[in-house]
Design a binder for this molecule. Sequence first.
Ligand SMILES: *[C@@H]1O[C@H](CO)[C@@H](O)[C@H](O)[C@H]1NC(C)=O
Ligand SMILES: *[C@@H]1O[C@H](CO)[C@@H](O)[C@H](O)[C@H]1NC(C)=O
Ligand SMILES: *[C@@H]1O[C@H](CO)[C@@H](O)[C@H](O)[C@H]1NC(C)=O
Length: 321
Amino acid sequence: MEKKSRRILVVGALLLAIWALSVNADDSEKTIVKTVKGKKMCTRGWECKDWSIYCCNQTISDFFQTYQFENLFSKRNSPVAHAVGFWDYQSFIMASALFQPLGFGTTGGKLMQMKEIAAFFGHVGSKTTCGYGVATGGPLAWGLCYNKEMSPSQSYCDDFYKYTYPCSPGAEYYGRGALPIYWNYNYGAIGEGIKADLLNHPEYIEQNATLAFQAAIWRWMTPIKKSQPSAHDAFVGNWKPTKNDTLAKRVPGFGATMNILYGDLVCGQGDIDAMNNIISHYQYYLDLMGVGREEAGPHDVLTCAEQIPFNPSNSNPTASS
Ligand SMILES: *[C@@H]1O[C@H](CO)[C@@H](O)[C@H](O)[C@H]1NC(C)=O
Ligand SMILES: *[C@@H]1O[C@H](CO)[C@@H](O)[C@H](O)[C@H]1NC(C)=O
Ligand SMILES: *[C@@H]1O[C@H](CO)[C@@H](O)[C@H](O)[C@H]1NC(C)=O
């Protein structure tokens, strides 16, 4: 008896040592710091591997882990979903690594970092949901149900761009991805952004979740027009509104991200369902991440009901649909 319990103790100690070793192996994620012209710059493992001021902060996987992704998108692999097995946490984190050194999910301290992930997913969830009023788990539990448009009515080839983004023979530019991409010119521009030949191979987006998330984060991080803020800049507070913006009731926050991404399809129309559905997803994710929806801030920051669109849809075909 004595001997046996001692053996268990030894085995236990050994297991503990192995566990401690494997925890130590995570030190690849340790922050390395240097100072460049008085500015603190860091790298932090594979997830934030360019020298950047943003890599001095926590990385996304420090505060957003697999179980949280599973909570947010709990119904995506249920049998009635339309992209079963496609979307996963690993693809999201891999894709985010391209953008964390630029500030995606790494700006402004932990609360802002968590809010940005919830906001980004608020858009993603509302654009990829198949949830409806009486769906099990509630309508908000069905984000990432799709990875493509199911019955496209056309191939979304706009001949106006035949010199810049010519449609590839046989390619179909219907909606695909986490923030669905439509039209040849959007596939072309986003493909340039993430260095993938999406103009000739739009199908990559429905075949590779990492690429699909990369495309969505690129859209979030990149202004539609050079003179305008990206959704990221508008959300984290990098963007300082001009006098015109103030007159147009455009203020930094979640509302402005909807204005940037969807313009008058969602904003400046009063209290419409299309807008409230996106906001509801954002609030739901804030709750599930333990941040709490009250952190979303006051109504005029959260909505875009009264905002004049940055880009009216009839004069700007590159506005995301
Ligand atoms: C990093 O986080 C701190 C708070 O922990 C914040 O004050 C700072 O602005 C963040 N750095 C960047 C570059 O956003
Ligand atoms: C998916 O895309 C990523 C990013 O470009 C790439 O690293 C990866 O190899 C691709 N996966 C497959 C299975 O092709
Ligand atoms: C402000 O708005 C006016 C009127 O719409 C426009 O003519 C002007 O160019 C705008 N200014 C800037 C800096 O965008």
